[in-house]
Design a binder for this molecule. Structure first.
Ligand SMILES: Cc1ncc(COP(=O)(O)O)c(C=O)c1O
Length: 397
């Protein structure tokens, strides 16, 4: 029976990992895979996470199941991390929350919830969006369309085009937005843009669906969610999928949350049962461990401060690599404006070079990035900036 199924083509990003690993060039640079790296190329376990893990190991006295919603303190902690302790929506108990296996799990449970509405909904994603959004959402059975987003000329957002598409939507439309640090482009909505999106959502009735996987890796923990908080205060209903993979460095532990904002607390209680039921039918319960660690960090003042300091240092490193790379590029007088590198936010940037140039970067210089020219800025280090800028100059000549 199984021989009717053929092998699938390799995932292009995973293919890059293998190519990079097998490349003998000592100067090789991996800008492909989307994980945070330190100056030595390592993806570290944050010190606050190590301390929380030690504490957890010493105090956990059972491995029995936790409740169907996941680690309660974790979900509550993430609600206020994202929406702020002053959120009126939180005060009114209008959020149903579920611990999920990473941001991906949260996105998928959200998609299943939308399917349950049997409403012929369409999910609108930015053009471009994170590649995994499409399979995660469409394999639940939801049609996907794109709204204009990235402006290749400026390296920013073409908000005029986005706005005019959103203005045509209605209550059967779900609009997926990146809370901050847009993946893959690094081009974020301004606060003014968020305000307009909120206005349109209220006026047209579409439901915002915010994916927030990089809180704290842009301008700061609070600054990165200002738009999301504004939106949440204005719309009746929305969905938020969060991930602790990047900002807590918990990738393999699969810690995320799905937050569903409802019209009132009674509906939140109903939706809580629905999302738990969805999880139960797919994987029963989320792994608890990552949630426990985040809960320990967020509820201990000293540990929380330590985590925030580490996260700020990671964000500062990425920012300084952005300005460092731009400086080196400008010093070489490359005939292309790369100044967007320092205005884009978070770990990713679209370099805006074509596929042939991307291939030359790889084949001639062993500098690896996605075909779209998305780079993981955190994959750079202070020692390779000259090398990368030299290579860019060569391929842009
Ligand atoms: C935009 C975006 N959303 C969600 C995720 C989900 O990550 P995870 O499932 O590892 O928590 C990622 C990870 O790369 C992402 O870039």
């Amino acid at each position: 029976m199984f021989d009717r199924l053929n092998a699938l083509p390799a995932d292009p990003l995973l293919g890059l990992i293998t190519m990079f690993r097998d490349d003998p060039n000592p100067s090789k640079v991996d800008l492909g895979v989307g994980v945070y790296r330190d100056e030595t190329g390592h993806t570290p376990i944050m010190t606050a996470v190590q301390k929380a893990a030690k504490h957890h190991m010493e105090t956990e006295d059972s491995k029995t199941y936790i409740g169907p919603g996941g680690v309660v303190g974790f979900v509550e902690g993430i609600k206020s991390l994202v929406l702020g302790s002053e959120s009126s929506v939180l005060k009114d108990n209008r959020i149903a929350g579920l611990q999920c296996p990473g941001g991906c799990g949260s996105l998928r449970v959200a998609a299943e919830l939308l399917v349950r509405l049997k409403d012929e909904l369409t999910v609108w994603v930015s053009d471009p969006t994170w590649a995994n959004h499409i399979p995660l959402i469409s394999s639940a059975g939801l049609p996907i369309k794109t709204y204009p987003y990235f402006d290749a000329e400026t390296g920013g957002v073409n908000f005029e085009a986005m706005e005019s598409q959103l203005a045509k939507l209605g209550p059967k439309d779900i609009v997926l937005l990146h809370g901050c640090c847009h993946n893959p482009t690094g081009a974020d909505l301004s606060f003014e843009n968020w305000k307009r999106v909120a206005e349109l959502a209220v006026e047209k009735g579409f439901i915002p669906f915010v994916d927030i996987a990089y809180q704290g890796l842009g301008d700061g923990l609070v600054e990165d969610v200002e738009g999301v908080r504004y939106l949440s205060e204005r719309v009746e209903e929305m969905i938020i999928a969060t991930s602790c993979s990047k900002n807590f460095g918990l990738y393999r532990e699969r810690a995320g949350t799905l937050l569903v904002q409802t019209k009132d607390s009674e509906n939140a209680r109903a939706i809580q049962t629905q999302i738990q039921d969805i999880a139960r039918a797919i994987y029963s319960m989320s792994p608890a461990y990552g949630g426990f660690l985040v809960d320990i960090i967020l509820s201990d003042n000293a540990l929380r401060t330590e985590w925030e300091n580490e996260l700020n240092a990671m964000a500062a490193r990425v920012k300084s690599l952005r300005s460092g790379l731009l400086e080196k590029i400008q010093a070489r007088g490359i005939d292309k404006d790369f100044s967007f590198i320092t205005t884009q936010k978070g770990m990713f940037s679209y370099l805006g070079i074509n596929k042939e140039q991307v291939a030359r970067m790889r084949n001639e210089f062993s500098i690896y990035m996605a075909d779209s020219s998305r780079i993981n800025v955190a994959g750079l280090n202070t020692h390779c900036l000259d090398y990368v800028a030299d290579a860019l100059k060569k391929v842009c000549e």
